[in-house]
Design a protein around this ligand. Sequence first.
Ligand SMILES: C[S@@+](CC[C@H](N)C(=O)[O-])C[C@H]1O[C@@H](n2cnc3c(N)ncnc32)[C@H](O)[C@@H]1O
Length: 265
Amino acid sequence: MTLNKHKDIIINNYTDYDEDSRLIKDRAHNMEYLTTMRYIQKFLKPGAKILEIGAATGRYSIALAKMGYDVTAVDLTPKYVEIMKRKSRKLKNFQCMVGDALDLSMFKDNSFDMVLNLGPMYHLFNKKDKNQAIKETIRVAKKNGVCMFAYISSATIMTTYGLRHHKCYDLLTRCMDKEGRVADIPEEIFAAFYVEDFKKLFAKTNTKYITNVSADGIGPVLRELIEDLPKKDYQAFLEWHFRTCERLDQQGYSNHLLYICRKVK
Ligand SMILES: C[S@@+](CC[C@H](N)C(=O)[O-])C[C@H]1O[C@@H](n2cnc3c(N)ncnc32)[C@H](O)[C@@H]1O
């Protein structure tokens, strides 16, 4: 099934969902934001031109524009683009539009210092579309520009969704192969990857691997424990997460992973 046939299901899913508050609703969700933002800022130079694809209501994009960067934000869901427009009225260095990660033809090749693909990879269900979204993201990045791709871990579909929603049996028997790899099932809305499978998608691209980050760590699994931590312990836990989030042994916990690479030619 191509994204076109599936587009309405994704748009309806997000239109009914409060994406605007997802990253701030509790500490576990906020870990994803804080970690991703740290890596975005690590690779940004003053005056950088940034494109975010799948920007939703602009949680990252509008914050980056307020820091002074020149930001363009694209999202598939019209309701979210309207919210971004409302929230960014006073920002002259911010623009946003409805658009699809599979077709960024409104942008020329080599246009942006940083391209953030933070959402579309969650909803692509065949190899052709996955490769196309990656190709388009890299195409619009400048040479030496940094591209970041968020993706969902095949491992934590069971430890978060399965456990919390009593779907372990259903996941194991209907949605997974013998290695626990989540199958591409568009009706399930979310696509997931093992780290090694995601990395393989870049084998033939003109990029150099930088790192792969565990964005929310064990946060989604231990949400209630983390929420109840005294402030001092939460700060220490967060600092430990930042220190260890590039380690391979931390990646399996994480619900959201972040692949970072540089365009080389
Ligand atoms: C989970 S939200 C992530 C939003 C935000 N970037 C973040 O990281 O919190 C995924 C977003 O990607 C958008 N999206 C899904 N498929 C897309 C596509 N093919 N092109 C552009 N946006 C897409 C959805 O509308 C939604 O707003």
